[in-house]
Design a binder for this molecule. Structure first.
Ligand code: DQA
Length: 148
């Protein structure tokens, strides 16, 4: 099983740290990437870290992951609640998927309570702030180890 993990981020997450910090905190996406890369080195996991505001780019990265990755960590952001296309793409990917939300979506507006991606994900992490990415990465590394 490949030890390459794709960490994918959806729309508006490029503004992390500036965007509604009372909800999403003060850390930037660059901080998150740095921490994931440090943890990846510890876990012997290689990371491809991407963010896009465009649905098709996220779909293309999932397609790219199909042949080379051992897992995907994805925060689809608002596409979580709308995108059958991202769900369909994830359903073409055979290795583990962990869904991450920085905020606790279940404590927020009702339209955030439904996730298309959750029907595919092995696990969902919500409300742990940006630390959720590291928890997800640890879980993916464990699942990769178990498949060896
Ligand atoms: C989010 C939650 C989504 O509802 C929202 O649209 C986001 C971020 C989170 O990380 O908490 O953009 O995925």
């Amino acid at each position: 099983m490949s030890r390459l993990v794709f960490i994918l981020n959806g729309p508006n997450l490029n503004l992390l740290g500036k965007r509604q910090p009372h909800i999403y905190g003060h850390e930037t996406l660059a901080d998150v990437e740095r921490d994931c890369r440090a943890l990846g080195a510890e876990l012997s996991v290689d990371i491809r870290f991407h963010q896009s505001n465009r649905e098709y780019e996220i779909i293309d990265w999932i397609h790219e992951a199909r042949d080379i990755a051992g897992g995907i960590v994805i925060n689809p952001a608002a596409f979580t609640h709308t995108s059958v296309a991202i769900l369909d793409a994830l359903n073409t990917f055979d290795a583990p998927v962990i869904e991450v939300h920085i905020s606790n979506v279940h404590k927020r507006e009702e339209f955030r309570h439904h996730s298309f991606v959750s029907t595919r994900a092995e696990g969902v992490i919500a409300g742990f702030g940006t630390q959720g990415y590291q928890l997800a990465l640890r879980r993916i590394a464990r699942l990769i180890d178990e498949k060896k």
